[in-house]
Design a binder for this molecule. Structure first.
Ligand SMILES: [Zn+2]
Length: 234
């Protein structure tokens, strides 16, 4: 049975927590989706009855096999639609999330197949997340990189629209390469594609990069920075 649109949104959000290395709990889900605990709890009950998730005695959530397959398919489709909208339609990458959210629930499988063909060999969404969800490259937070490190922007872990607008305005974009010039608790300054720029350290926490030399990897991204006040994207 096909999950309802509401169920699909929960599955996508749960998968996002899993990918980010955050605990799959009702509390994290409520924060991530900007919904109240009772609302989330009711929907989790429905997902459990429908055989898409399971919960253990400490209320930690896990996907069933079916739930995980659905979540992976939905997340992959969302990223593919985003890529289609930026590359084929010309929607700016900091505006694409909302449009993708509407479109992805209104497509026939046939249209989806045309869309997949249209994006060619693109492997990520415009924010750097893999369209084939198993192919996530490990990165480190930009905020952790030492001055002098060579970097390549890998992905934006938090796709909240206000963050994306900010990142675009300071010229930070997945795929760009450069070097960290300096970093303190307030600001990270760097060159990207030959241009000097800076961004706040709190936002640099949410930007994953490949770095050389690379700082030690973190176990998980800091929750308070990944889960923004606005509803995050994927
Ligand atoms: Zn995206």
């Amino acid at each position: 049975m096909e999950p309802t649109v509401a169920e699909q949104e929960y599955l996508e959000s749960l998968f996002w927590l899993l990918e980010a290395g955050l605990a799959m709990t009702g509390a994290n889900l409520a924060r991530a989706m900007q919904l109240s605990a009772p609302t989330v709890s009711e929907m989790l009950g429905r997902l459990e009855r429908d055989g898409l998730i399971a919960r253990d005695s400490s209320r930690t959530i896990s996907f069933t096999e079916e739930g995980r397959a659905d979540a992976e398919r939905l997340v992959s489709r969302h990223r593919m639609v985003e890529r289609f909208l930026t590359d084929v339609v010309g929607v700016p990458w900091d505006d694409v999330h909302e449009e993708a959210e509407k479109l992805e629930h209104a497509m026939t499988p046939r249209f989806e197949a045309f869309m997949r063909a249209a994006i060619g060999d693109a492997t990520t969404c415009p924010h750097g997340h893999p369209i084939h969800v198993g192919h996530r490259i490990d990165g480190v937070p930009l905020a952790d990189c030492a001055p002098g490190a060579s970097i390549q922007i890998l992905r934006f872990e938090n796709e909240a629209e206000d963050l994306l607008h900010y990142l675009k305005s300071v010229g930070v974009e997945p795929g760009l390469t450069g070097q960290v010039l300096g970093s303190d608790p307030e600001v990270v300054s760097l060159t990207l594609a030959g241009r000097e720029t800076e961004l706040t350290t709190s936002v640099a926490e949410t930007v994953s990069v490949l770095a050389n030399p690379s700082p030690p990897p973190r176990i998980a991204l800091p929750e308070q920075l990944v889960l923004g006040r606005e509803r995050y994207g994927r």
